[in-house]
Design a protein around this ligand. Sequence first.
Ligand SMILES: Nc1ncnc2c1ncn2[C@@H]1O[C@H](COP(=O)(O)OP(=O)(O)OP(=O)(O)O)[C@@H](O)[C@H]1O
Ligand SMILES: [Mg+2]
Length: 168
Amino acid sequence: MHRTHLDDFEPVPSLTIALPDEAATLEFGKNFAACLRAGLIVFLYGNLGAGKTTLTRGILHGLGYTHSVKSPTYNLVEIYNFSQLYLYHFDFYRFSDFLEWEEAGFREYFNLESICLVEWPENAGNFLPTADLQIFLDILETGRNLEVRAGTETGKRCLETLKNRKTS
Ligand SMILES: Nc1ncnc2c1ncn2[C@@H]1O[C@H](COP(=O)(O)OP(=O)(O)OP(=O)(O)O)[C@@H](O)[C@H]1O
Ligand SMILES: [Mg+2]
């Protein structure tokens, strides 16, 4: 796993998709799940109610998780274990300080055996490693607009896989 940042001069590889309803968000999540691999860090941006948790639910369903997916707003993280793989779903909406970060041991969660999905990454700013992928959800009059941007070489490869799945 190489956390190689993309060249500053390279245009950011991205993908934009319209999600007309909740089912489309879940479906995108399922598709996206097929492109994930251990070590990937994904930041989820968007206002309250934009669909970050819904998208995470779709991803978890895509990975075969059939139970309910709760929002980790109060305890900051929900942990999912698939035989070899850990998926950490963070929500830093209520995150306040460095001590909380250290005491919770979050640093160790970002490792090569795990996938990390992070809602409200802007609230944990400097503590977080670089995201391989950033997903932006915008609330439209009906539905949502979703944009995926790659931040590392690993993210770029994942995005390419996703694009190929979409067109095939
Ligand atoms: N593509 C879509 N079009 C319309 N509604 C959607 C779409 N995707 C999800 N929703 C709905 O929008 C709401 C999104 O809630 P969700 O909890 O996923 O948002 P969130 O971004 O995680 O918010 P928060 O920042 O509060 O955690 C849900 O009611 C869901 O049904
Ligand atoms: Mg949420």
